[in-house]
Design a protein around this ligand. Structure first.
Ligand code: PLP
Length: 385
């Protein structure tokens, strides 16, 4: 019944965890879910207000334009200049997205021919691989290792793979490892992509979820990046807007045009009212982002204490709302996730769920209030690994 491309999808690794979670819950255990990468805090009120006003205007009720409202694209360009130091032309270098996930899935359709190799960082957001498979491309994972600060080793890619490589997906601040990259790495990526004629796609979904004074750079600020690259921005994690489905692509004109071609033939753009609210989010004060980050920072520091008391090595990360910790010796990531659920009623995500190179790690999401995290820490204190 299903197409070969659906049948070829990798098995859903979280199915086993979901099943165990349901079993533990059925026993009456008060489960603390640190598995979900979805902000628990509501969208900030001034953004909701902008949406309420926009939706009352019948002008927003018709089909949106294929590349997005100019007001939104202009706000995105201004925002990039203000916060990332990157100048962009809202007409040709910005494209409104229905969240960045659709762009990750659509980009291979625009640029990848059957048999082309797509490089992507592993562990990583599953859509890099699946979007590639849907386009008939050949996904090639680049393992992220602790000893390399979770940056890929571009020099280790075999020559025959490089020859066939067309596109490279990477993501810093990184989900799931919480690693960050500096300008030197981005500059290296530009040289690498230019030399091997590869399109660079940087997923910058977590660039505003930052702590302790850290600022996440834009890949587009690297010299020459605009010649070969595109960057994906999302309102989801920055403004607690995962359900709204809004973001934008920025970068090289020809790449923006290719993505626009695919999108204009598949979706019909983002509801104008959501774009107006999204523009308000970018144009108005960013104090709400700072406030949210302070909430995550407090949670981070609480959870790290609990993990340490259990014997897990966890460092306070500079960005993202995740903690990526090595599992104790003798456990696979799935076994340890199951153990934590059975012994403490805590749900986390096994690293292997994000790709083979995630084995040996577990991801905790800081998407629960302080009281719940404190309860999790109390339970962790009773365990020793
Ligand atoms: C959440 C997430 C996205 C997608 O977010 P959208 O809601 O589709 O904008 C993209 N990449 C990574 C790494 C993510 O964690």
């Amino acid at each position: 019944m299903y197409s070969e491309r659906i049948n070829a999808l990798p098995p859903y690794l979280f199915a086993a965890i979901d099943e165990s979670k349901a079993k533990v819950k059925a026993k009456g255990v008060d489960v603390i879910d640190l598995g979900i990468g979805d902000p628990d805090l509501p969208t900030h009120p001034h953004i909701v207000k902008a949406m309420c006003e926009a939706v009352k205007d019948p002008k927003t009720h018709r089909y949106p334009s294929h590349n997005g409202l100019y007001v939104f694209r202009k706000a995105a360009a201004d925002w990039c200049e203000r916060y990332k130091g990157v100048k962009l032309d809202p007409e040709s270098e910005i494209l409104t997205l229905i969240g960045s996930k659709e762009a990750v899935a659509h980009i291979p359709l625009a640029f990848v021919n059957p048999g082309d190799v797509v490089l992507y960082t592993d562990p990583g957001y599953p859509v890099y691989k699946i979007g590639t498979l849907f386009a008939g491309g050949e996904p090639y994972p680049l393992p992220l290792k602790a000893e390399n600060n979770f940056l890929p080793d571009l020099d280790a890619i075999p020559a025959d793979i490089l020859k066939r490589a067309k596109l490279f997906f990477f993501n810093y601040p990184n989900n799931p490892t919480a690693a960050v990259a500096d300008m030197a790495f981005f500059e290296k990526v530009v040289r690498f992509c230019k030399k091997n004629e590869i399109i660079a796609v940087h997923d910058n979904a977590y660039c505003q979820v930052v702590f302790d004074g850290y600022k996440a750079p834009s890949f587009l600020a690297a010299e020459g990046a605009m010649d070969i690259g595109i960057e994906l921005y999302s309102h989801s994690k920055t403004y607690n807007m995962t359900g709204w489905r809004i973001g934008f692509a920025a970068g090289n004109k020809a790449l923006i045009k290719g993505l626009d071609k695919v999108k204009s033939n598949i979706d019909s753009g983002t509801f104008d009212a959501i774009q107006l609210a999204g523009a308000a989010a970018m144009n108005e004060s960013q104090a709400c982002v700072t406030e949210t980050n302070e909430v995550y920072r407090k949670r981070r520091d609480i959870l790290i204490k609990g993990l340490k008391s259990m014997g897990l090595e966890a460092k306070p990360q500079k960005a993202t709302f995740y903690i990526w910790a090595p599992v104790p010796k003798g456990y696979t990531s799935i076994e340890f996730t199951e153990t934590l659920l059975e012994k403490a009623g805590i749900v986390a995500t096994p690293g292997v769920g994000f790709g083979a190179a995630g084995e040996g790690f577990i991801r905790f999401a800081l998407t629960q209030p302080v009281e719940r995290l404190k309860e999790a820490v109390e339970r962790m204190k009773k365990l020793q690994f």
